[in-house]
Design a protein around this ligand. Structure first.
Ligand code: SF4
Length: 215
């Protein structure tokens, strides 16, 4: 097969955007990472609970738009942003596990990136991908979570929502107060602070990138 035919037949991923920034949440907050944000999600989180929504907060992520990119094109884009590699990659979305596969993970690793991380809603088992760091943020009932072990678990909590009872094993556990766009309601923050004080195995994780004014 000619090289051009190979390129035409290579798998294309629907990618919303690729950018270089600092992780703003969880145990890796403050570290530089290339974010590969995939299009599409299998949930529709909103204030009201429903079949595809846990309730309590509304999704503020635009994940409908995107463009097709091969693994090679994603690697080239990441290397343009971080030419020396050596920084983390965060596969995010939408729900990245709908598209992420081992060939793309392996391509990024071969290009010198790491740790390779995912932010997932837990509806798909990501263990076979061989990632270095799994951030699980469940958006479904616990019996429907397909990720059994993760590096950290983060639950978004709106005002009045209780402490979660996760089934997944997590090295670190975080409560993340729900933002409305870029603003954080002080009552929601106080509610989450009190949740953590009453449940000290949990820690607070605020979406710091929003207060830092970066992506
Ligand atoms: S799982 Fe995440 S990306 Fe998908 S709708 Fe919910 S908050 Fe938005």
């Amino acid at each position: 097969m000619s090289a051009s035919r190979k390129a035409r037949t290579a798998r294309a991923y629907a990618v919303n955007e690729i950018f270089f920034s600092l992780q703003g949440e969880g145990a890796r907050a403050g570290t530089p990472n290339v974010f590969v944000r995939f299009s599409g999600c299998n949930m529709r989180c909103d204030i009201q609970p429903g079949k595809s929504s846990p309730g309590g907060f509304a999704c503020d992520t635009e994940f409908e738009s995107g463009r097709p990119m091969t693994a090679a094109q994603i690697v080239v884009s990441a290397l343009k942003l971080a030419p020396r590699g050596g920084v983390g990659v965060i596969f995010t979305g939408g729900e990245p596990a709908l598209q992420l596969d081992k060939p793309l993970v392996d391509s990024m690793r071969k290009a010198g990136f790491g740790p390779l991380c995912i932010e997932t809603n837990g509806t798909i088992d990501v263990a076979p991908l061989g990632l270095d760091w799994i951030s699980l943020s469940p958006k479904v009932a616990e019996h429907a979570v397909r990720v059994s072990t993760c590096s950290e678990i983060r639950y978004v909590r709106g005002y009045g929502q209780g402490i979660p009872r996760p089934r997944a094993k997590a090295a670190r556990k975080f409560i993340s107060p729900a933002f409305s766009g870029d603003s954080l309601d002080p009552d929601t923050l106080r509610w989450c602070v009190d949740l953590v004080k009453a449940n000290p195995e949990w820690a607070l994780s605020v979406q710091q990138h929003k207060t830092w004014g970066i992506r």
